[in-house]
Design a protein around this ligand. Structure first.
Ligand SMILES: [Zn+2]
Length: 422
């Protein structure tokens, strides 16, 4: 992979630029990006021309809303028409080290990861455990690079294996853990069950734990009870765009990365909404590999533009409020009705279904309700197969199954119902 030349180098001081200077910088970068993508990504060229635009029409960030939002569904269709990247790959494939798949399915080429959390040299001489998956989705590799950018030596643990992770954490005297807050909580709990004094017997100084609703509470516990410094607080990252925003120590929302432009747009029209108004997060990363200009994440949030107590002037996203479309984020994975449909269609006995997501004790719970048109021969085996199939396709497990009498689920009802309240 050609890593030597970075078209859009990262610079921490950019987080403190006065607003006018930041906007000037973003406008210049955007012009550069649009010209570059027009030349190198035929998919983007076609999209711009279909909107009746030429690169010269985009003179700055105020012109950005003229480009239609690229939605996840568009990308799925474009990738099918022009595999594998829908005409959006702007470098030769030989410059791409990895390819990932995210739900949809959407294929994502590996992007350059520039982010760090805290001072860049913080991890020199220390070991970090990375519990995000290194397979299929980019989470593991993104965080691997972030950790290396910070100087850490990484143990690529991946998810699961609580006992093994606990042992590794102790044996290697790991100083940092990266993964979901609830997974770190279970590792600590397991250590305590085995008679360890976590604060004394372990050396965990830092944690970069995110990806779950309700993470704030756990981060507070890690810090207050175990003296673990939670770097970056919450992190907003998507497979398609990389790290979008991270919270600072003030816990006053997530600061938007200086490596991209983030807009909040009306999910229906793509029209930009003013600060403080909720809408879809639309992202334009400065990325020469995969320039997804105005990519609609489908996530709902709003922008805060007031300067933060921490001194950074970058706009903030207070939190992600949910999905603007039908896909629902469950335990850090997006579950889309298209995927659940796909699984259910393999079980002809099912005549109707509905998936309901609730939240109990800081954990997302999924209830699968089924109406059966005919009875499967061995219901236990049958449901086990469905359970496995579901997990393989959606990459999250459902917790409970309920059988309903025929006609209980109205025709045309939502396939996934999100009942979580935050
Ligand atoms: Zn801040």
């Amino acid at each position: 992979m050609a890593e030597k030349r970075d078209m859009f180098p990262h610079d921490e001081s950019l987080e403190r630029l006065p607003t006018a200077d930041r906007e000037k910088r973003l406008s210049k970068k955007l012009q550069q990006l649009v010209k570059y993508a027009y030349r190198n990504a035929p998919g983007f060229k076609a999209r711009l021309e279909a909107a009746g635009l030429k690169p010269d029409n985009i003179k700055g960030i105020s012109d950005l809303p003229r480009i239609p939002v690229l939605r996840k569904d568009d990308l799925i269709r474009l990738q099918k028409e022009r595999p594998p990247f829908g005409g959006y790959l702007a470098v030769p494939l030989k410059r791409v080290g990895h390819v990932y798949q995210s739900p949809g399915p959407i294929y994502d080429p590996q992007r350059r990861v520039r982010n760090t959390f805290g001072s860049p040299g913080i991890g020199a001489g220390l070991i970090a455990i990375n519990a995000w998956s290194y397979q299929i989705t980019p989470a593991g590799m993104i965080m691997d690079t972030v950790l290396k950018n910070m100087g850490f030596t990484v143990f690529p643990a991946g998810p699961g294996n609580t006992d093994l992770q606990m042992q590794v954490m102790r044996d290697l005297q790991a100083a940092c853990f990266v993964g979901s807050p609830s997974f770190l909580a279970s590792i600590i709990k397991r250590a305590e069950e085995q008679g360890y004094d976590f604060k004394k017997d372990f050396n965990l100084k830092y944690a970069l734990v995110f990806g779950e609703m309700g993470g704030d509470q756990l981060r507070r516990t890690f810090s207050e009870k175990y003296g673990i410094r939670c770097l970056g607080g919450d992190v907003y990252v998507t497979a398609d765009t990389g790290i979008i925003a991270t919270s600072c120590d003030e816990n006053a929302g997530m600061h938007v990365s200086t490596d991209m432009i983030v807009e909040i747009a009306d999910p229906a029209t793509g029209q930009v909404l003013p600060p403080g108004e909720a809408g879809e997060v639309v992202v334009t990363p400065f990325d020469e590999v995969y320039p997804l200009i105005r990519f609609g994440t489908g996530d709902l949030s709003m922008l805060i533009t007031a300067k933060c107590v921490c001194g950074r002037t970058t706009p903030r996203l207070p939190r992600i409020m949910g999905r603007s479309g039908d896909a629902v984020r469950v335990r850090a994975m997006f579950v889309h009705p298209r995927q659940t449909d796909e699984v259910i269609s393999r079980y002809p006995q099912i005549s109707a279904y509905q998936l309901t997501v609730t939240r109990q004790d800081n954990r997302d719970e999924m209830l699968l309700q089924l109406e059966l048109g005919s009875q499967p021969a061995e219901r236990e085996k049958w449901i086990e197969a469905l359970r496995k199939d579901f997990q393989e396709t959606c990459r999250v497990r459902f917790d409970r199954v309920e059988y309903l009498p025929a006609g209980s689920i109205p025709q045309g009802a939502k396939k996934i119902v999100d009942k979580r309240v935050y």
